[in-house]
Design a protein around this ligand. Structure first.
Ligand SMILES: [Zn+2]
Length: 352
């Protein structure tokens, strides 16, 4: 669903962005160390030659050996690695193009994958910093693509890695192996979105939202239509959930959110959000019942009641609807946007 993880402002330094993302400076160093550690071996020229030599049994490596040596030398420089690891979203595109030489082939991808090894990073045993530590610091508790599934990380006593979300590679590892460990290319997400829905499909910044850059905001809002009148107001069969389009079709964001009719363009379409959310009509039923109760009380009395218990209206909303009122907190609770959009439309008093 693309809920913005980080409020990324123009002019903010990379260190600030890293801090905003919950990544402490010492952790950032540890993160970099992970990579710097591996290519240390490449620092010595003989090692680079040995690596190329080792692979030169493959004709491709032999034919392009000059290119490989130059590439590996470039990747053995710490500054280059930092540039790759901390590349901002727009810069990742430039780097992706720069590291797509015409002579690259499947063997090159394999080689780059061993240097930028996501497999190592994902391994619980990797020290001092692995995917569990990164997700723990990001503290994104619900999938940023669907806002349905908990993605919290649990690190137990003795620094044992227990559970974590999967990391979607926004630019896939096969199309951009060079970005396999880049911070902004790793999107904490649920298995359904990452594996079942996005899978190997290639995405881009024109056709899809990048969760570090932008979210749906109010441009796409959940709403429902009452389609049946079963006596129990909470009956899920009464409600059909859909996503309201609040953007002009000519707006460039429209395509990234709703698509252009083609398969898998736009996040709503790629993550099949309207289909997937159909199963949450029971939640809408419960919201309707709660909102009915409130509408039977005069608005002045609600204000008085809230004041009498010493709560703010936001507190009241928080506890009554078990949700957070601000969009920045939607990544803390499953279905937070669904709840918020519906209450904001049909019971705005508690959110004002
Ligand atoms: Zn998801």
């Amino acid at each position: 669903m693309a809920f913005r993880i980080i409020d990324k402002q123009a002019g903010v330094s990379i260190d600030d962005i890293v801090k905003l993302g919950g990544m402490h400076i010492s952790t950032k160093k540890a993160y970099l160390k992970l990579l710097v550690k591996n290519p240390k071996a490449f620092r010595k020229k003989d090692n680079i030659s040995r690596l190329v030599l080792k692979n030169s049994i493959l004709p491709h490596f032999y034919v392009n050996r000059a290119g490989y040596i130059a590439l590996l030398e470039e990747l053995s420089i710490e500054v280059t690695l930092k540039k790759l690891i901390l590349a901002e979203v727009d810069d990742m595109l430039t780097l992706k193009r720069y590291y797509s030489r015409t002579w690259f082939n499947i063997e090159t991808v394999k080689l780059l994958k061993t240097i930028f090894s996501y497999e190592d990073f994902a391994d619980k045993k990797t020290v001092p910093f692995n995917a569990y530590h990164l997700s723990s610091l990001l503290n994104v508790n619900v999938c940023v693509y669907c806002n349905r599934i908990y993605t919290n990380t649990v690190i137990g006593s003795g620094n044992s890695c227990i559970i974590r979300p999967t990391f979607d590679h926004f630019f896939s590892q096969s199309s951009a192996p060079i970005l396999a460990l880049s911070f902004y290319n790793l999107i904490p997400s649920c298995t359904f979105c990452n594996s079942n829905l996005k899978g190997a499909k290639e995405v881009n910044l024109v056709d899809h939202l990048h969760p570090y850059l932008e979210g749906f905001g109010n441009d796409a809002q959940f709403d429902y239509i009452q389609v049946a009148y079963h006596q129990d107001r909470s009956d899920p069969r009464n409600y059909f959930i859909y996503i309201r389009k609040n953007l002009n079709t000519t707006h460039p964001k429209y395509k990234r959110v709703f698509g252009d009719g083609k398969d898998d363009v736009g996040n709503v379409e790629l993550f099949k959000l309207e289909e997937v959310y159909k199963s949450h009509a029971d939640v809408v039923g419960e919201l309707v019942v709660k909102m009915d109760k409130l509408s039977s009380i005069h608005s002045d009395n609600i204000v008085k009641m809230v004041a009498s218990i010493g709560a703010s209206r936001q507190d009241f909303y928080r506890y009554y609807f078990s949700n957070y009122p601000e969009a920045k907190d939607f990544i803390k609770r499953p279905l937070a946007k669904l709840t918020n959009d519906i209450v904001a439309k049909y019971c705005p008093l508690v959110l004002e």
